[in-house]
Write a protein of this length. Sequence first.
Length: 412
Amino acid sequence: MNEKKIIANNIRAYFKENENRNIIILPLRNLSGLVSDILNDEYHIQEQFIIDNNGYDMKHIYPIDQMPEGYKECTFMLAATGSVKKVLREKLLEYVSEDRIVDLLFDEECEQVFQSDSKVHIDFICPGFHKCGTTSLHYALAQNPRIFLPRVKETYFFGSAIDVMAHEAFKNHYRPEDTMGKFVGDIEPGYKNSAEDIYRYCGPDLKLIFCVRNPVDFLYSYFKMEMRDELFMLEPSSSRVENDRWGEQLSPEMFDRWAIKHRFRGRYSDCIRLFLEYYPLEQVKIIVSEELYADVYSHMDDLQSFIGIPEEEKLEYYEFPHENMGSKVAKDQVALDINKSIQQLRHSLVQKSDFHSLDLLDNIQRKIEKITLTDYNEPMLESTRRSLLDYYMDSIHELEDMLGRSLQGVWY
């Protein structure tokens, strides 16, 4: 079931049981517009106002601590998931009683999965971060016969709508005959915002691994990744890069503008902190990629100990594989369209566990990328680098506290 159907069903269920039509919306991303449209189109209701701490105008959109009079008589429709929902709900309960809050993304199928007796047992998960060596880590750990990882790195389970069908597909990646007697893991940087769902599914004994690198370098690498298969780069109407001209070529100046909107992605500590609400720090391993590449043997030995591999069953690693696309970007808009379509198809095949078709697609993709991709090696502007490092410094210091050591000389 998709988000739109879940929201629509929960709104209908609310009005079957309640007459209060004074509605306030707490949005997540574009969901506030969806909720507003359903209220207006199906019930001819205009919400009293919207709560958004990050984009208020004090006319129709207000921060939660400055709501106009009369809010206590209203019903608050909350459209959020995971840790975001938890934070918003706890804050809202400081102002109104629980019976005034409607969870629009409550999903019975999702609850059925969390309560299932057939959940996959997972010993460790690496939920972050993109462009920090997670693909290489997957390849390296999969070499150890005592470790089981799915044949595809990204299973897309916790990052998507969790329902019975998705759960069955997820279980297909972890057949008992393959996982028996092994340390079972999942490496998926798309899970970095799924702390609550991971805890509810995997339980309190899970071990967590986070791969990080200099956030400034990460962001530039992430920018190039998105320029390989995302459609927003050259679209004139894109809401993500409104100021980029149609047909504009990649440049350090384009990255400078893009970075302002996407720099939050490199604040690793913000995401790790959410997991620490559920797991103690001793169950968390943070791998600094610059340190890993400088001393592969020691860090991989330490990581295997963290996972639980006995000394006699550890592998010795003296070099680390580089499994990524590096500086490749799409040549033009047509190349972007092609690469994006392939990624969408790949996502669908992974969710269906159609490994035969996936192998065929991967072979085709490797050939197509020789035509659609080109190298892009322009360095970022020095002014951009200084600005980003300054922006990240408080998050870096928080990460240092988690690590118990300084990263001075490594990142700054």
